[in-house]
Ligand binder design. Structure first.
Ligand SMILES: [Zn+2]
Ligand SMILES: [Zn+2]
Length: 267
């Protein structure tokens, strides 16, 4: 079974390697039926990888033009990956938005939690007095609130684990993470199974971790696949691995976007 739809992709409008046109062309080449562009929405505290200035102004018109130009070959959508700490209005006017948390605020400073283990540790030390669990609690509080904003789906639930901090076998971590997962599932928002860190060679399994996938299965939650693509040669990177992980966790279907809505597809 092949998934020929991906709503989590980045281009040079934010921190992706390719132009939006190259990403669309790669999707057509792969036989995709639906492609959602979802460059990083505006955040006023960090310009290093979000859309801002001219790029932000040109994004929607460019994607709309590609949508029209490629309409007979693929359904292109103009989405955005909205960061939880971005301004409320920043996700408006798009076909959809992904809700994601990329930062934890420590001592008034926004720390990106997906950059490096050292940066994550600096946030724990400077912002939480070395208390890793308090740091995790702050992150997952934001994740739950992000889901409550009702995005089309919630991006990379446990991104905080990307660089091996915190220890996922700590019972306190497991307990607070499951609690957050339950609260997210209560919103009914689909959870993304994200292969982005696998594509970068950082991890060998998708987000979320297997114990969380099992929780989703137990509670009959819904999931969708996203490659968080920053390189158009990896548009559906490790989707087969992600599907295996889902099956092994007891999940029997994924949501696939058909151009206007999510439809359930058995796996
Ligand atoms: Zn993200
Ligand atoms: Zn992303």
């Amino acid at each position: 079974m092949k998934i020929l739809s991906n709503l989590h992709t980045h281009s040079q409008f934010s921190d992706g390697k390719n132009t939006a046109r190259e990403v669309v062309e790669a999707a057509v080449e792969k036989g995709f039926t639906v492609l959602g562009m979802s460059d990083h929405g505006y955040t006023d505290f960090d310009f290093s990888y979000c859309m801002h200035g001219e790029r932000l102004e040109n994004y929607k018109p460019t994607i709309r033009a590609l949508q029209e130009e490629f309409a007979d070959r693929i359904r292109v959508l103009c989405g955005v990956e909205h960061d939880f700490f971005g301004p409320d209005f920043a996700h408006e006017g798009y076909d959809y938005f992904i809700g994601s948390v990329h930062y934890v605020i420590g001592n008034g400073i926004y720390y990106p939690i997906d950059e490096s283990a050292a940066k994550t540790q600096a946030c724990i030390d400077d912002g939480f007095g070395g208390d890793t669990i308090a740091f995790c609690r702050s992150y997952y509080d934001s994740v739950v609130k992000c889901a409550q904003m009702k995005p089309l789906f919630l991006g990379h639930f446990d991104l905080i684990t990307k660089h091996g901090v915190p220890d996922e076998s700590d019972p306190r971590y497991i307990s607070l993470t499951l609690e957050a997962m339950d609260a997210v599932l209560e919103t009914g928002v689909p959870i993304e199974v994200n292969t982005g860190a696998m594509a970068r060679g950082v991890t060998t399994a998708p987000y979320p971790s297997s114990f969380l996938m099992r929780r989703i299965a137990e509670k009959n939650g819904t999931v969708t696949l996203g490659s968080d693509c920053h390189d158009c040669t990896k548009l559906d990177y490790a989707f087969d691995v992600a599907l295996d992980c889902l099956r092994n966790s007891g999940i029997r279907s994924v949501l696939v976007y058909d151009g206007t809505q999510f439809v359930e597809q058995g796996i």
